[in-house]
Design a protein around this ligand. Structure first.
Ligand SMILES: NC(=O)c1ccc[n+]([C@@H]2O[C@H](COP(=O)([O-])OP(=O)(O)OC[C@H]3O[C@@H](n4cnc5c(N)ncnc54)[C@H](O)[C@@H]3O)[C@@H](O)[C@H]2O)c1
Length: 265
């Protein structure tokens, strides 16, 4: 028995990092998996790996910043699997290192970050919520914030603003969708060794977690993470699995830091 037996999981941003880890884990736990992402080659490779291992996955290429993309993703998932029971929204982009401060951030970059990281959530939930409500079955959504949206940290003001929006949206969506037995929760990852980090501000070999030291991250001084190490993408996926499983049937509107204790300090 898998914890996702009989469920269809749609994973936005499933080509890399935490999304790919979730796609593999949710499949292992019995879900049919629709992977949507901007990165076509990587997304197709994740779907192939799942199918080669006996799972059932499709890949849907999309650019979430474009209008109409969300509708296409939801339709392709329904065409393939007939329903959506679980939605994971991992997709996001980071602010270029030269534009982290609001006053150094171009309007173009601001618009792009908000379009992907916040409006992308609007687009997907706008399309998906009516479908999940009409299904009349229990459902779960997991949105992705960041510890950067919880408290002050100079990780890119456009990024933190978008993540703050996702956190607030989690709470309001949870109140609105609760009566349909659709739960909405939010993971706020701390430092996790994935491409989004290496693609922005950090000089490190993210494939080798042993080499990713606390002191090499985002200018972060040593000693701030209670567990004294970065997370693996799989550790975020494990929490997503719990939040979307029936074991969390009375958990909604929760904004959960998964940060090794960083927000304690
Ligand atoms: N890695 C960290 O340390 C960290 C910390 C806090 C929060 N987060 C959040 O965790 C989530 C997952 O990030 P990750 O670390 O796995 O990074 P990642 O870059 O590996 O994953 C993000 C995925 O989103 C996809 N994506 C980006 N723009 C897209 C678009 N326009 N349309 C469709 N797909 C798009 C990317 O192609 C990528 O596969 C993100 O929301 C990120 O903000 C990450």
């Amino acid at each position: 028995m898998g914890r996702m037996d009989g469920k269809v999981a749609l994973i936005m941003g499933g080509a890399g990092g935490m999304g790919a880890a979730s796609a593999k884990l949710f499949s292992k736990e019995g879900a049919k998996v629709a992977i949507a992402d901007f990165k076509v080659n990587e997304g197709e490779a994740v779907a192939k790996e799942i199918n080669d291992n006996g799972g059932n996955a499709i890949f849907i290429g999309c650019d979430l910043s474009q209008r109409g993309a969300a509708a296409k993703v939801v339709k392709a998932t329904l065409d393939a699997f007939g329903e959506v029971n679980v939605y994971l929204h991992w997709a996001a982009i980071a602010v270029p290192a030269a534009e982290l401060k609001l006053w150094e951030c171009s309007r173009e970059t601001w618009d792009k970050i908000i379009a992907v990281n916040l409006t992308g959530v609007y687009e997907m939930v706008h399309e998906l919520a009516p479908v999940m409500i009409a299904q009349g079955k229990p459902g779960a959504m997991m949105l992705c914030g960041s510890i950067a949206g919880l408290w002050g940290w100079p990780m890119g003001d456009a990024y933190t603003a978008a993540k703050g929006g996702v956190i607030s949206l989690t709470r309001s969506l949870a109140t609105a969708l609760g009566k349909y037995n659709i739960r909405v929760n939010c993971i706020c990852p701390g430092c996790t060794a994935t491409p989004i980090v290496t693609g922005s501000t950090v000089d490190m070999d993210y494939h080798d977690l042993e080499k990713v030291t606390v002191s090499s991250s985002c200018g972060m001084p040593e000693g701030l993470i209670a567990l004294d190490r970065w997370a693996k993408a799989e550790e975020q996926a494990d929490v997503a699995l719990y939040l979307c499983s029936d074991e969390a049937s009375y958990v909604t509107g929760v904004v959960m830091p998964v940060d090794g204790g960083w927000t304690l300090v």
